[in-house]
Design a binder for this molecule. Structure first.
Ligand SMILES: [Zn+2]
Ligand SMILES: [Zn+2]
Length: 305
């Protein structure tokens, strides 16, 4: 924390570690529902140092505390803020360098034991045009919050609008690929159109009564990232017991109804209970919606009681 403060004050290249030759930027939105995703942060950092994301990630992995770790092509690409091996190594290196506080909390890694990585993130970017405009008008950097990459999120709960997924230029309408390395993120990758408010853009406001599920998802995800540093997340060996507790307490021991409500079959549930797979975020949110307990509380309930 202090080292970042020093950089802010000096606004100059500053070596934070004997082993690291690059300086930190301040991550955006820490402690809020729009906390910056680590990939967005690394893209900005790579851009500030005039290197590619690939080169930066390679460099960071080489600084890993375990000297036998070495970047190989197998580790690429690093495109999402997920739970991949590469992401784990990058986070461990960054923790060792103390460049930024809690880099893990800018990813979904804290949830590794309980949420399936499969289909967690979208391939295309999503964004709220009003957020982009707000940042631009306040002279802030545009960036990608961690939650915007999550497949299930469809709305910006701050502005009550649907997130956008393609360029508003009628002659372009291109989707924005998450793997695209270059900045800025606020312009179309194809035609360079500003992706915030513009004359072609049609905002779709959310009717909270009709879109109760989407609102529930957005609120839940926001809460998950805000509270992550204080959150008790179950360990691998606790998950099976927690699932059993949910089935007993919320469904009176009726496994079939539990499976039905969270949209999985019994075979899959057995695999999850054996620790082979994890529940999807969709299933967890369905359970949360059904029980009206926020995801954080569901796990807390499972661990504590
Ligand atoms: Zn917004
Ligand atoms: Zn475009």
């Amino acid at each position: 924390m202090n080292s970042i403060k020093i950089f802010e004050e000096k606004q100059a290249a500053y070596s934070f570690s004997k082993r690291s030759e690059f300086y930190a930027l301040e991550p955006i939105g820490i402690g809020t529902d729009r906390v910056e995703g680590l990939v967005s942060y690394l893209r900005r950092l790579a851009n500030a140092h005039n290197v590619t994301l690939h080169a930066l990630v390679s460099y960071i992995i080489k600084l890993h505390p375990n000297q036998s770790v070495y970047p190989t092509y197998m580790y690429y690409p690093i495109l999402r803020n997920g739970m991949s091996k590469t992401m784990g190594l990058v986070v461990e290196s960054l923790e060792e360098l103390r460049l930024i506080p809690d880099p893990k909390n800018m990813t979904m890694l804290p949830w590794k034991n309980v949420i399936s990585y499969s289909k967690l993130f979208t391939k295309e970017k999503k964004w709220c045009p009003i957020c982009l405009d707000e940042w631009k008008n306040n002279g802030m950097k545009c960036y990608e919050p961690l939650v915007w990459g999550i497949d299930l999120l469809n709305i910006c709960s701050r502005h009550n609008v649907k997130l956008h997924q393609f360029c508003s230029n009628v002659e372009c309408r291109a989707f924005q690929w998450s793997g695209y390395e270059n900045l800025p993120i606020e312009h179309c990758q194809i035609c360079n159109q500003w992706l915030g408010i513009n004359e072609n853009l049609e905002l779709e406001f959310v009717n909270k009564d009709l879109e109760e599920w989407n609102v529930w998802v957005a609120d839940n995800l926001g809460e998950m990232v805000i509270k992550i540093s204080n959150q008790k997340i179950p360990k691998n060996n606790q998950v099976c017991g927690i699932i059993d507790k949910w089935i007993q307490d919320f469904f009176q021991g009726d496994r079939r109804r539990f499976c039905y409500e969270i949209n999985i079959d019994n075979n899959w549930l057995q695999q999850i209970e054996r620790g082979k797979y994890r529940l999807s975020l969709n299933s967890l949110l369905l359970l949360s919606y059904r029980t009206k307990l926020k995801l954080n509380d569901l796990f807390y309930y499972g661990i504590e009681s």
